[in-house]
Design a protein around this ligand. Structure first.
Ligand code: FE2
Ligand code: FE2
Length: 268
């Protein structure tokens, strides 16, 4: 079982790279299931629209996760209710529309659970991610409720993400961080068999400031004349990881980080 996870897709540049390269990556790497964070996929670089959701799903992404930018396109409040493949963090307030967890079918006939969480430190107010995770694990079990479990923890700080990795060790196939748009080089298998990566990085143009136009971003830091952030439009690097997992226990046997195309190109 090969699972592909892609970091935050940013703007037109990120979406174009996904459309161009993802079908080939899926084929060449024999990928069974794809999860991507899409919270920045709209052309403005924040939020996601219904059309873009359809486009990303049609290129081979099975489930789209999100984070603090999930509601930045107003239409999302409405269409998320009917779009089960678009998740928002589970630990948002209980009256938020949509779902933070779902179980989906993969190529090969497996059930894959996808859980979207958001950190508490330096993030928008949401329920305690540790209490919510513990409760989730009391109610859900690998091999009972699903064959594999992928957890996207959308958060700012590395310690909180690493701690959540330990919470899910042996209970999830892969725990991966998103949100910072900068890939960390710490992909590994934890003691009880869960693959872990602090941040998957982004699918966007790295000649930028975390995907946003660099000149305008600098103007904002210097408090010079600037406009609202907007995405950089150069060639995107597709950042993520491929997890090889064992259908017998749902745990990971290998994690390979990859960066394809653009300024951060590495071997895939
Ligand atoms: Fe993001
Ligand atoms: Fe974010």
């Amino acid at each position: 079982m090969n699972i592909l996870f892609l970091g935050d897709i940013v703007g037109n540049s990120g979406c174009s790279a996904i459309k161009k390269h993802l079908p080939l990556i899926i084929k060449s790497k024999k990928i069974n299931f794809v999860v991507a964070n899409g919270e920045n996929a709209a052309k403005e670089g924040v939020g996601i629209t219904e059309n873009i959701t359809h486009e990303l799903l049609s290129c081979g992404i099975d489930v789209i996760t999100t984070g603090n930018h999930v509601w930045d396109q107003k239409e999302t409040f409405k269409f998320i209710k009917n779009q089960k493949r678009l998740l928002r963090p589970l630990n948002l307030s209980s009256d938020a529309p949509g779902h933070g967890f779902g179980v989906f079918d993969s190529i090969g006939g497996y059930k894959v659970g996808v859980l979207n969480l958001m950190g508490n430190v330096f993030m928008k107010k949401c329920d305690d991610v540790f209490i919510k995770s513990k409760k989730f694990l009391e109610e859900n079990k690998i091999k009972d409720n699903y064959d594999f479990l992928i957890v996207d923890l959308h958060g700012e700080i590395t310690s909180e993400k690493m701690a959540i990795g330990h919470v899910f060790d042996g209970e999830a196939t892969f725990v991966v961080g998103t949100h910072t748009h900068v890939p960390t080089n710490d992909g590994r298998i934890l003691k009880k068999g869960t693959a872990y990566l602090t941040d998957a990085g982004m699918c966007g143009d790295y000649d930028s400031v975390i995907g946003m136009n660099a000149e305008n971003s600098l103007n904002r830091f210097y408090k010079r004349d600037s406009v609202k952030h907007f995405p950089a439009e150069g060639e995107a690097s597709i950042c993520g990881a491929i997890i090889e997992a064992d259908p017998k226990n749902g745990l990971a046997s290998k994690i390979s980080q990859f960066i394809f195309g653009g300024q951060l190109q590495r071997d895939i």
